[in-house]
Design a protein around this ligand. Sequence first.
Ligand code: PLP
Length: 387
Amino acid sequence: MPHIETLAVHAGAPASRDAGAVTAPIHLTTTFEREPDGSYPAGHVYARTTNPNRAELERCLAALDGGADAAAFASGQAATTAVFQALGPDAHVVAAADTYFGTGLVLREIFARWGLSVAFVDATDLDAVSAALGRAPERARRLVWIETPSNPLLRITDIAAVVERARRAGALVACDNTWATPVLSRPLAFGADLVMHSTTKYLGGHSDLTGGVIVTRTLAGDAGALFAAVRAVQQRAGAVPSPFDCWLLLRGVRTVALRVRAQSANALAVARFLADHPAVEAVHYPGLPTHPGHAIAERQMCADGEPRFGGMLSVQIRGGRDAAMRLAARCRVFTRATSLGGVESLIEHRASNEHPETTTPQNLLRVSIGIEHADDLVADLAQALEM
Ligand SMILES: *Cc1c(COP(=O)(O)O)cnc(C)c1O
C-alpha cells in the first residue's frame, strides 16, 4: 500500500480530466443525462444517490483508513446516526461511557425511544465490555461503539482487545477515529469493522466545513451487510454533503498527514510545559509517559511507524471553574471556541458546552492544538497562567 502522504494526495483523483485540469472540477448538478438507450454513461443518476465529487471523496477516505468502501455524510452526527438506523430497533449496543457527548445524546434521546437498547460501559475495562454484551440476548448483540482517545479526558481504549471480546460475543465493533485520524491509527487494521469520523475536524482541517464518514473494513459478512444498510440510509434518508463540501473536504485531506504530525509535535511540547506548571492540577495527554493509556497509545497510534499522540489535550487548572475561565480569557493566540482539528489552536471550557449533568470536571479546559509554532503556543499559555 502507498504511504499515507501519497494516498492523501492521490486517492480519489477524478476519473477524467476535463480540459486537462490537474484538480477536480466541482459538479454542481443534481441530475445526470441518460443516453438514448436509457443508460447512464458515468453511472450517476441523481445527486443524492451518487455524484462525482462524493464518489471521489469516498474513494479517498476509504483508502486512508485501509477500508473497502466509505459513505460520506453531512455531519459526523449524521454518520453516527446512520449506523444506529442501519442496526434497527431490536439491536443492543454497548457504547463507551465517555464517547463524544453527542453520540450519547442521540442514543439516549432518539434511539432509546425507538427501542434500541444501549449499555454504557468503561471501554478500558474489557471484562465490563464482555459483561455488558453477555447481558443482551445473543441475537441482539450487534455492536460495540468505542472512541479513542476519548473526549475530554483522552482515555485510551485498546481496539484489538475490544475487538477480541466483541468477536467472542458475536458483535461487530465501530470505532470513532475522529481524534486519532488515519494518520496515527487505523482501527480497521486492528480488526474493527467500521470507522467513523467527524470530517469537520482533522480531515477537513480548516474549521470551514461540516461532514462525517463511515468506512467499512469489508463488503462481506455481517460487517458488509451492516455497511450496505448504512449506504441505504445515506442514499434514501439523504443526510448527504453537497458537491462543494465534498470538494472542499478532499482539498483539506491532501495535507492531513503534514498537519496531524505538526499538531502532534506541538501538543507534546504544550503538554510537557503544562505538566511542569505549578498552577496546573493535571494534564491529560497520551504522549506523556505518566498517562495511564500511554503504553497502549504507543503501539496503537503509530500507523506510520512512529508513535504520535495527536493534537488534543485537556488540562485541569488549580482554583476551579473560575481559574479555568480566567486562563481561557487571557489567551491571545488560542481562540476560545469549541470544536477541534483545524490549523488554529482552540481552547474551550468544556463542561459549560455539555449538558448540565456532565461529569466533565469544572476546572477542565479542552485544547485543540493547531499548526502555529510550538514556542508561541507555550508563551501564550505561560502569560495566561501568570494570574
Ligand atoms: C465533533 C465530533 C463528533 C460529531 O461530529 P459533527 O461533525 O459535529 O456532527 C463525533 N465524534 C467526535 C469524537 C467528535 O469530535
